[in-house]
Design a binder for this molecule. Structure first.
Ligand SMILES: [Zn+2]
Length: 172
């Protein structure tokens, strides 16, 4: 997030954590609003996503573990808006699913087909602790949110792809 410090605008961009790093495999912790150390992570997460988008021309979401944060934070820059979702939760999933060719900043250069719920409802808190809800998202946003929330549970797209392949093999 852009912010002025002594008259200068500063951004804090962090390295994106890559597959193989154990920090991507941890279950992120719920943010405690009484504590303060998550706020810097939340701002750095937004800065890092903005930097990726500026340099690469794409990037709709980035999850806390991808910058080495242990908190349940997701930065979004998509049709939903540009914001950080704190303690996001998927509270409803459609029974209908669809296949997405998924990609991930933590797994550069790879695209894998993953099954996702076609629509979801998702809730989160903002910086002030106010609750927000997005009801019954369109498929392109639903799959984005599912991908990012997976990161908070230590799940990567390749796990979903692998599980599907095994399931397919078991059936055939
Ligand atoms: Zn990812």
């Amino acid at each position: 997030m852009l912010r002025r410090i002594e008259g200068r605008v500063e951004m804090t961009v962090r390295e994106v954590v890559l597959i193989g790093d154990t920090r991507l495999r941890q279950t992120a912790q719920a943010v405690d609003f009484a504590a303060h150390d998550w706020r810097q992570d939340a701002m750095d997460l937004a800065d890092t996503l903005a930097d990726l988008k500026a340099r690469l021309g794409f990037g709709r979401g980035l999850a806390g573990p991808q910058i080495g944060s242990c908190w349940r934070l997701i930065a979004f820059d998509c049709h939903l808006g540009t914001f950080v979702a704190i303690n996001p939760r998927i509270t409803w999933r459609s029974s209908e699913t669809f296949s997405v060719l998924d990609d991930c900043f933590s797994i550069p250069g790879r695209k894998v087909p993953v099954m996702r719920s076609r629509s979801i409802t998702f809730e989160y808190l903002d910086f002030d602790g106010q609750a927000h809800v997005f009801e019954r998202l369109e498929p392109d946003l639903a799959e984005l949110v599912q991908h990012e929330v997976d990161h908070l549970d230590g799940i990567l797209m390749v796990d979903r792809a692998r599980a599907e392949t095994l399931e397919h093999r078991a059936r055939s």
